[in-house]
Design a protein. Sequence first.
Length: 364
Amino acid sequence: MNGLSLRGALLKGPAMKLSDFDFDLPQERIAIRPMSPRGDAKLLVSQAGQIEDAFVRDLCRYFRPGDRLVLNDTKVIPARLSGLRARQSAQGRVEAKIEVTLLEPQASGRWKALIKPLRKLTVGEEILFASGLSARCFEKTDTEALLDFSAQGAELDAALDVSGQMPLPPYIASKRAADAQDKSDYQTLWAKHRGAVAAPTASLHLDAAALAALQGHGVTISYVTLHVGAGTFLPVKVEEVSRHKMHAEWGHVSAQAVAEIEQTRAAGGRIIPVGTTALRLIETAARGGTLRPFEGDTDIFIYPGFEFQITDGLMTNFHLPKSTLLMLVAALIGKPHLDEIYAHAVAKNYRFFSYGDASLLFAS
């Protein structure tokens, strides 16, 4: 298969194994910066089992007037902070560098966070950041800490905008540090509701020119909100896929979005979510067979055998081996065709992961 094999092409529902979704990817295929302009990114298109190579700027060729895109309007917060932990010792005030990655806010106003080095942080210890921001460790577990910040709400948001860096995925952060350019590169054009600690990366391909062209072509747009959590990067740890437990993320599908989507479907238009986050959210809202407004946590896990209620196609990036995102794509287009697509993408030098190239996949 052109040097790539997603092992185990013939799967049988619950018997699927994690190893079935493994493949070898050359490190140089991992994009560490997006294409500029964004329309120059490659676009792999799959329709009726056929693969075509194009560019993101060609999107209008594959949409019909009356189709509807569903976009995630979450906004990524600059959740990665560098600070100093400070405490009094027998030798006086002692300071040491510490790295903090915010995970999710709590009802109390405190934040769950990953800390490096966590083992050296003690409960009650203060962490100092730039611009006068500080946080105190309220409690900690073996894997994370709960932080009480000196600012809350809009004041904290403003401090994070000054002091924080974008929380780039581990496969990029291991190659380079986040910088000022990432504050625009790792944010969608229409980002509105703060709360994500990872971007809905398929949407990063759509700039103002692409949106204008699609809308001029008669494609309509609806917005939903799913705050992408750090759990999106967690590995699957069980070999039997059906036993995996998804992390929960907060989402909202408004009554307006429901009405727009149903109007499009009634008129014969196709529903195309941009990104796996938007897809998971609308399918959550359609559990039971009817699309309804939704607000709350979703831990929906989509893998082969899943029955889609709303989705007719998906625009998405190329995903990590053994990831739940890869399993979702297999559910939409079939595992054998997924094998073909990923073999083709590697052979044709497509760029992978968050800053990589795109695919437009219509349901089989």
